[in-house]
Design a protein around this ligand. Structure first.
Ligand code: NDP
Length: 327
C-alpha cells in the first residue's frame, strides 16, 4: 500500500483506517482480481481517457469496459499512456471487456475487434454482457418498426452456444478468464448443467448495491466458486442511494462519504464493486475504503428491506428479472 494513501480517521468513539484498497480476490482460474475496479459506462471518449489515466495513477489496477460503451479505444489509449509513463508492465493490470448481444454468434471476431480497439493482446476477463442474443444487422441494438429490440428466439440460438465458443477463446489465451453478466440462478444452473460446458465462469457481474443486495445470488455463486462483481455499486447515475438516511448516518459515524460506505460494504462482502466516475477527486476517493464493523454491515444489509430497487432495466432484461425466471 502506498504510504500516502493511508489515513487514520479520529472520531469521538474510535479511530478508523481509511485507505486505498489493495485487496485482491482469487478467481477460480488461480489468477487474482483487484477488488475495486473503475466502471466506464456512460464515459464518453475524452472523459473516459482522462478518467482511466487518473484512476491508474491513483492506484486502480482494474478497469471495466464493454463493446457497447463505445469507449474501448479511449480505455486502450489511457492504458498505453499509463504503461509508458509509469513503466508498469501490462500484467499488473486487470482489464475486463464484454461481448455485446448482437455479436454473440461470433465471439471470436468480437473479442479480436475489442482487443484491437484496446490495443491489447489479451484481456483478463471477457464477460457475456447479457444472456440475450440480438439479431446482427450491423447495429449494436437492432430495433424493429415498433421500436422493440430484435431478439433471436432462444430455440434458434442461446447463451449456451455463445459460452461454448467463449471457452475456446479462454483456452487460446485471448482472455485469461471468462464470465457472465446479468444471469440469474436458473440461467447459471442451466448453463452449468449443459454438456460441453467445462469451464465454470470466473465471475458474474450483476447489479448490486444496498437497495439490491442479491443475497441469494451471492450465496449461490460463492458455493459455485464464481466471484461476484457489483455493477452500479453507488446506485448508478442520479440514484437516491447516496442520500439514504442509513448510509448518511454511517458516513457520519466513519467521517467518510456515503459512497465510501456503499463501496466498503461491497468489499466487506467479498464482492467486487465497479464504481464509475469521470471526476478525479471522486475516482481517488472511491478507491478508499473503511473496515466496516459487523454491526454496520448488518445495518446496510437491512436497507433493502424498506427500499428495494433495481435500477438497470432494459427492455431485453424483462424475462431475466421477472419472478418466473425464464431460461
Ligand atoms: P455507479 O453506481 O458506479 O454510479 C455512477 C454515478 O455516481 C455517476 O453519476 C457518478 O458521477 C456518480 N459518482 C461516482 N462517484 C461518486 C462519489 N464519490 N460521490 C457521488 N457521486 C459519485 O453506476 P454505473 O451504473 O456506472 O455502474 C458502475 C459500472 O458498472 C459501470 O460504469 C460499468 O462499468 C458497469 N456496469 C455494468 C453493467 C452490465 O450490464 N454488466 C450495467 C451497468 C453498469 P460522475 O461520473 O459525474 O462522478
Amino acid at each position: 500500500m502506498a504510504a500516502a494513501a493511508k489515513m487514520y480517521i479520529l472520531t469521538a468513539r474510535r479511530v478508523f483506517l481509511y485507505c486505498s484498497s489493495t485487496k485482491t480476490l482469487k478467481l477460480n482460474t488461480g489468477a487474482t482480481i483487484p477488488v475495486i475496479g473503475l466502471g466506464t459506462w456512460q464515459s464518453p471518449d475524452e472523459e473516459c481517457y482522462n478518467a482511466v489515466l487518473s484512476a491508474l495513477h491513483a492506484g486502480y489496477r482494474h478497469i471495466d469496459t464493454a463493446r457497447i460503451y463505445r469507449n474501448e479505444e479511449a480505455v486502450g489509449k489511457a492504458i498505453a499512456q499509463y504503461l509508458k509513463e509509469s513503466g508498469t508492465s501490462r500484467d499488473k493490470l486487470f482489464i475486463t471487456t464484454k461481448l455485446w448481444c448482437s455479436e454473440v454468434q461470433d465471439p471470436e471476431k468480437a473479442l479480436k475487434e475489442s482487443l484491437e480497439r484496446l490495443k491489447l493482446e489479451y484481456v483478463d476477463l471477457y464477460l457475456m454482457h447479457w444472456p440475450v442474443s440480438m439479431v446482427n444487422r450491423g447495429e449494436l441494438v437492432p430495433k424493429n418498426a415498433e421500436g422493440t429490440t430484435e431478439i433471436i428466439p432462444f430455440e434458434k440460438w442461446n447463451y449456451v452456444e455463445t459460452y461454448k465458443i467463449m471457452q475456446k477463446l479462454y483456452k487460446e489465451g485471448l482472455t485469461k478468464a471468462i464470465g457472465i453478466s446479468n444471469f440469474n440462478i436458473p440461467k447459471i444452473d442451466y448453463l452449468l448443467a449443459h454438456p460441453g460446458v467445462e469451464v465454470v465462469p470466473a465471475c458474474l457481474q450483476v447489479e448490486i448495491h444496498p437497495y439490491l443486495p442479491q443475497f441469494d445470488l451471492v450465496e449461490y455463486c460463492t458455493k459455485k466458486e464464481i466471484l461476484v462483481e457489483c455493477y452500479s455499486p453507488l446506485g448508478s447515475t442520479g440514484a437516491p442511494l447516496l442520500k439514504d438516511p442509513a448510509l448518511i448516518k454511517l458516513a457520519e459515524k466513519y467521517n467518510v462519504s456515503p459512497a465510501c460506505i456503499a463501496i466498503s460494504w461491497a468489499v466487506a462482502r467479498d464482492t467486487i464493486p465497479l464504481p464509475k466516475s469521470v471526476h478525479e477527486e471522486r475516482i481517488v476517493s472511491n478507491l478508499k475504503i473503511v473496515d466496516l464493523a459487523a454491526e454496520d454491515v448488518s445495518t446496510v444489509n437491512e436497507v433493502s428491506k424498506t427500499t428495494a430497487k433495481r435500477l438497470v432495466k432494459p427492455d431485453w432484461g424483462v424475462d431475466i428479472f421477472g419472478d418466473s425466471a425464464k431460461l
